[in-house]
Design a protein around this ligand. Structure first.
Ligand code: NDP
Length: 247
C-alpha cells in the first residue's frame, strides 16, 4: 500500500494521535493528503507532531463527553474518524476494582460512542464517512491479565458492526483494526512493569514471532479510510502477525 495521496480533500480526526499507533496513523493520513486533526491529552506532543506533518492539534480528554462534542463542532466536520485513544491494565480480574472498570470502559469504549455520535450527523448528511476503530486482538480472543480491557475492546467490535449495519446504505463504512502486540510507549510501559517474560509471551502469541510496528497499523487504517475500501464495512482487520488467525 504505497502512499499516493488517496485522501486529498478529506478531513480526519485521530484521537490519541500524539504518540504510538495514533501518531503513525496521523502521519500516514497526512502523507496520503488528508487534513488531519490530532486530538490528545498531551497537546504539546500533539502540536510537535502536527507541526512536523502539516496537521492541527487540539487538547482532548476523550472521556469528557461534552468536550468531545465541542472539539468536533469546532474542528470538524470530519469525513474520517479514527478512534485510537486507549489505555490498558495488566492485572488479573480479581485484583481489579470497580474504579478500574469504569476508567477502562470510559477511555476505551464510551469515548468511541461519544465521537461517533458527534460525527455521524455530518457523515449521514454528506452521504460519505469512514469510521475506523482501533480495538485489539484481545477484543476477540480475550486476554489473560486484561479481562476488562478485552471486554471494552470486544464492545468496540460489536458497536462498530452495529454502526456499519445502521449506516451501510448511507455511504458510511465502519471497521475495526485489531492490533496484536505493537512496539509503542504503551507496550514498552507494560513490559517495564511485567518484565521481559511478558515480551516473550506477546511475541510468542503471534505467528510472525515479533512485535508489529505502528506504521503497519497505520497502513491498514489508511487503506480502510480510502475510497478503495468503500465496499468493506463491519469488518475486523487484524494487524497482529496472525495472532487472530481463525477467530
Ligand atoms: P500509547 O499509550 O502509546 O498512546 C496512546 C495515546 O492516546 C497517548 O498519546 C495518550 O495520551 C492518548 N490518550 C490516552 N488516554 C486518552 C484520553 N482519555 N483522551 C485523549 N487521549 C488519550 O498507546 P498505543 O499507541 O500502544 O495504543 C493505541 C491504541 O491501540 C489503543 O486503543 C490501544 O488499546 C490499541 N492497541 C495497542 C496495542 C499495542 O500493543 N500497543 C495492542 C492492541 C491494541 P497520554 O500519553 O497523555 O496518556
Amino acid at each position: 500500500m504505497d502512499t499516493n495521496r488517496t485522501l486529498t480533500g478529506r478531513r480526519a480526526l485521530v484521537t490519541g494521535g500524539a504518540r504510538g499507533i495514533g501518531a503513525a496513523i496521523a502521519r500516514r493520513l497526512a502523507a496520503d493528503g488528508a487534513c488531519v486533526v490530532i486530538a490528545d491529552l498531551d497537546v504539546e506532543e500533539g502540536r510537535r507532531l502536527a507541526a512536523d506533518i502539516g496537521a492541527a492539534a487540539v487538547q482532548l480528554d476523550v472521556t469528557e463527553l461534552l468536550q468531545v462534542g465541542e472539539v468536533i463542532d469546532s474542528h470538524g466536520p470530519f469525513d474520517i474518524l479514527v478512534n485510537n485513544a486507549g489505555m490498558d491494565q495488566h492485572a488479573f480480574f480479581t485484583q481489579t476494582t470497580a474504579d478500574d472498570w469504569r476508567r477502562l470502559l470510559a477511555v476505551n469504549l464510551e469515548s468511541v460512542f461519544a465521537t461517533t455520535h458527534a460525527v455521524l450527523p455530518h457523515m449521514q448528511g454528506a452521504g460519505y464517512g469512514r469510521i475506523i476503530n482501533i480495538a485489539s486482538e484481545a477484543g476477540r480472543l480475550g486476554s489473560r491479565g486484561g479481562a476488562v480491557y478485552a471486554a471494552a475492546k470486544g464492545g468496540v467490535i460489536a458497536f462498530t458492526r452495529s454502526i456499519a449495519r445502521e449506516n451501510g446504505r448511507k455511504g458510511i463504512t465502519a471497521n475495526v483494526v485489531a492490533p496484536g502486540p505493537i512496539d509503542t510507549p504503551m507496550l514498552r510501559e507494560a513490559v517495564a512493569r511485567g518484565g521481559e517474560r511478558l515480551m516473550g509471551t506477546m511475541t510468542g502469541a503471534t505467528l510472525a514471532g515479533r512485535l508489529g510496528t505502528p506504521d503497519e497499523v497505520a497502513a491498514a487504517t489508511a487503506f480502510l479510510a480510502s475510497d478503495a475500501a468503500g465496499f468493506i464495512t463491519g469488518e475486523i482487520l487484524g494487524v497482529s502477525g496472525g495472532m487472530g488467525c481463525g477467530a
